[in-house]
Design a binder for this molecule. Structure first.
Ligand code: GLA
Length: 423
């Protein structure tokens, strides 16, 4: 089966133990009890909204990127992990050609209806454009979805936090369609479908990282992904006596109106210049030395800094994973912090909110590393914090933040979780 192939890929990994549990159904994202309660909650809500029974309930996680930021559209490496928080959906096929969407996170929007033969991005449809985009991409690709569907969503990822709630909805929708209609799409394919929906239907020129991390998530592991060819290895997230703490700046951002696409074009322009003197496919092909020897050809100070970040960040990511493998968590943390500085100074995607969170984090005792995560321009930071200092970390960083920024930050202690599953 497809799943078996995925697990076979895992086996060749240099520091991952083959996990039998993964070859059958996906493990549950959390304890059975919590899963059962969530399932009941969604089934009941589905009944009250659509007046009928749902067929199945699904889950897909959110993700956090540990290092390797703004490298995925530059042919570089990323090192994200899926989370145990994410998005749930209850769904049932219907006999007509209509798609009916409802989100418990946006109850006031009510049921959003779309015709399966006429799927266009409609501003009025707001959040439902994400699942609509996935349907459109799958239909265009020839997947047999012969009738409509009623689907209800509930997510516990904070919106616009940089933890990929939208990619979670996309992968979840693809997975739900696969399960409901018996489609032959493996998890990597579901990631690609989600990315395509985001690129073509939503209009954000994102890379593959978020959708890949979500579709391919593995409990207690991060994913070392080479975006140049989508080869990947699972790395056990062994942090010793430390925890992953996410600090959410609560500064709202939408990728669509951010400078994300602009950064991407700046990198493409720098690459084109470098390609006049070097035989490379992407910035990810360059070492720091090669870049330094040739950077003058870019002839634009801003684009030079953007490209520098992409090149150095890719190399940092490779080193960070090696450090983790060697159990050198201190070095991993230092590289995380170096990543933040580069995103602040050369890539310029941090801002006062994220800088304040990282600066305050690094001033705390027991903090091994801290950086912004995701696209930037708001969203979250991720820090590695010694377990016995987590409480104090949250208190102190929270206090510095509210004093300087004027509103509060939210904190989450998170674990690496699995990819999509049926509850
Ligand atoms: C967003 C995009 C990803 C990636 C990150 C930055 O999360 O969706 O593809 O580019 O930003 O690393």
């Amino acid at each position: 089966t497809k799943m078996q192939n995925e697990t076979d890929c895992i086996q060749k990994s240099w520091f991952c133990t083959f996990n039998k549990e993964q070859s059958g159904g996906r493990p549950r994202p959390h304890g059975r009890r919590k899963g059962r309660i969530m399932k009941e909650k969604l089934l009941e809500k589905f009944r009250s909204i659509f007046g009928r029974e749902a067929e199945k309930v699904f889950f897909a996680p959110g993700r956090v990127n540990l290092i390797g930021e703004h490298t995925d559209y530059n042919g570089g490496h990323v090192f994200p992990c899926a989370l145990t928080i994410g998005t749930y959906a209850a769904a049932a096929k219907n006999s007509g050609g209509m798609l009916r969407f409802f989100s418990m996170n946006f109850e006031q929007k009510g049921i959003i209806t779309a015709d399966i033969t006429d799927l266009r991005n409609d501003k009025e449809h707001d959040w439902a454009n994400y699942p609509k985009g996935v349907l459109k991409v799958m239909l265009d690709a020839g997947y047999a979805i012969p009738c409509g569907m009623d689907i209800l969503y509930y997510g516990n990822i904070p919106n616009s936090s940089g933890l990929s709630s939208s990619a979670s909805v996309e992968v979840l929708t693809g997975y739900a369609l696969r399960e409901l209609f018996g489609l032959d799409a493996d998890f990597v394919e579901l990631a690609k479908i989600g990315q395509k929906a985001e690129n073509e239907f939503i209009g954000v020129n994102c890379g593959i990282m978020d959708q890949f991390a979500i579709a391919m998530g593995k409990k207690e592991h991060a994913i070392f992904l080479d975006t140049a060819d989508l080869s990947y290895q699972y790395a056990p997230l062994v942090l010793g006596d430390a925890k992953l703490v996410i600090a959410c700046s609560n500064k709202k951002r939408g990728l669509g109106d951010s400078k994300y696409n602009e950064r991407r074009s700046e990198c493409e322009a720098a690459l084109a210049k470098l390609q006049t003197v070097l035989d490379i496919r992407s910035l990810g092909d360059l070492t720091e030395e090669e870049f330094e020897a040739n950077r003058a050809v870019i002839k634009d100070a801003v684009k030079e800094r953007r490209a520098k970040h992409a090149v150095y960040e890719n190399q940092r990511t490779i080193r960070a994973v090696a450090a983790l493998q060697a159990n050198n968590i201190g070095e991993f943390g230092r590289l995380m912090t170096a990543s933040h500085n580069s995103l602040r100074d050369d890539y310029e995607v941090t801002g006062i909110e994220l800088d304040t969170l990282v600066e305050a984090a690094l001033a705390q005792e027991g903090v091994i590393g801290s950086r912004m995560t995701g696209a930037g321009f708001g969203g979250c930071t991720v820090s590695i914090v010694r377990a016995d200092r987590v409480e104090e970390f949250i208190r102190s960083v929270g206090e510095v933040y509210i004093n300087r920024i004027g509103y509060k930050a939210d904190f989450y202690v998170v674990d690496a979780g699995s990819g999509p599953c049926t509850l």
